[in-house]
Design a protein around this ligand. Structure first.
Ligand code: NAD
Length: 252
């Protein structure tokens, strides 16, 4: 069984993937900017008979990332770079501090933490790095310049790191889901309704579900299942790849 460090594990996809992978018997290191939220994820896993610990970790902070390596109970086998946030605004009105924060968390943060954990994986001769990208690593939507730029960048980062780690049993891949019903998306429904001047129901049906031929939100269980596959021996030669889970969005 593996020790899996998940960032942004206090909510949504991170919390759900943590719970699913814990059910499969893995040891979860639930990290988040919000320690209480990470603690809640770890407590729920322990109450369910699983093994989990919570740590405060701000992936956008050099100090926080440097400190985490000294706090961990042992080597990390699998890193899930999941922490993220959204901000919806046209570029002219986009606050630059927000723009920089999105890149700092979802692109530089993923690189920074991967860089910190890579020596341990190299020493062990084994490691799996799984990024939670997005359909927005492949296509654009209006008013999301920072998010789309960060997620596109994550694919380039992963391809380079796949080459740099090809000499050992380390892989890095990016799972790219379209919409998953989490707090991040719930908040966005209201913001998109405001920016587009339409109802929240129209945002869900016309903006979120319409581009997906399958017409339904992606579930967290599907994402956890893909993580499990990427961790398995069957996936040891899958690296630098983009696993698109979009209900057929980009097939059109
Ligand atoms: P969420 O808002 O439910 O959870 C995000 C978590 O990240 C929160 O617990 C938050 O505290 C944490 N976080 C934010 N900034 C952080 C930082 N600097 N350091 C550490 N943790 C931080 O969001 P979610 O929907 O679960 O999103 C998780 C990931 O999945 C994100 O990378 C997001 O881009 C991606 N994603 C989400 C969807 C979706 O539809 N929900 C679709 C595609 C990709």
């Amino acid at each position: 069984m593996s020790t899996i460090l998940i960032t942004g594990a206090g909510s949504g996809i991170g919390a759900g993937v943590a719970a699913e992978l814990a059910k499969a018997g893995h040891h979860i290191l639930a990290t988040d900017l919000n320690l209480d939220a990470a603690g809640e994820t770890a407590r729920a896993i322990s109450a369910d008979g699983g093994q989990a610990e919570a740590f405060e970790l701000d992936v956008a902070s050099a100090d926080s990332v440097a400190a985490i390596t000294g706090k961990l109970p042992g080597p990390v086998d699998v890193l899930v770079n999941n922490a993220g946030l959204q901000y919806v605004s046209k570029l002219e009105d986009f606050p630059m501090e927000k723009w920089e924060q999105l890149i700092a968390v979802m692109l530089t943060g993923a690189a920074r933490l991967t860089r910190a954990l890579l020596p341990g994986m190299r020493k062990a001769g084994h490691g799996r790095i799984i990024n939670i990208g997005s359909i927005h690593a492949l296509v654009a939507s209006r008013y999301k310049t920072a998010y789309v730029a960060a997620k596109h960048g994550l694919l380039g980062f992963s391809k380079v790191l796949a080459l740099e780690t090809a000499d050992t049993d380390i892989t890095i891949n990016t799972i790219c889901p379209s919409y998953v019903k989490t707090p991040l998306v719930e908040k966005q429904i209201a913001a998109q309704a405001r920016e587009n001047g339409i109802s929240e129901e129209k945002v869900v049906n016309e903006i979120m579900l319409k581009p997906m031929p399958k017409g339904e939100f992606i579930s967290i269980e599907e994402l956890a299942g893909i993580c499990a596959f990427l961790m398995s021996p069957a996936a040891r030669n899958i690296t630098g790849q983009t696993i698109v889970v979009d209900g057929g969005w980009t097939a059109q």
